[in-house]
Design a protein. Sequence first.
Length: 199
Amino acid sequence: LPTRPCRGRRQLLTDAELLCLAVAQHLLHGDASESRWIRYARTHLTGMFPHIPQQSGYNKRIRAAAPLVSYTLTVLAKDVPTWNDVLRLLDSTPVPCGQSRETVKRSNLAGQAGYGYCASHSRYFWGFRLYLISTPDGMPVIWGLANPKIGEREAIAAMLDASSDLVCDGQVILADKGFAGKQFEAFITEDLKAHLLRP
């Protein structure tokens, strides 16, 4: 496992315990808030995890451990039989984050989110665009959020370039017509040694 650099005093809750708590949070509480989860964990799980931090400390640790969480998810995903399928599906969808001008002006996402157009719903939205490459049964392999002003091909090319180790030689990537383009197709075939199929 990749390790994070140690700063300040030694953490009593190890990274392995932190990952276990994060998995338990989603298995036991689903979409419950972090504050409710920490109250539950500090009441019921201290026998297994005696050093559970307060909610703000847990939040900081989880954010700092993002590379470790991502690495762990990839290791677990590679153990699923469909990981070895030659076919990958590529698509994107809008993630609206606000409806009113007031929300847009006051949001902490200002600067990262932006306005985009959703052709399937024939409307504009303010937020992000989610890009996803998955196995045929829907297991996510590569994903990311981008400002919708960034072109689809540019956003997914940057994601694929950063995660090229997750694309095998000869992989077939099936995408819709929005990803059509000679430069993007050349990147897939020449740089990644994969094949792009699209209408």
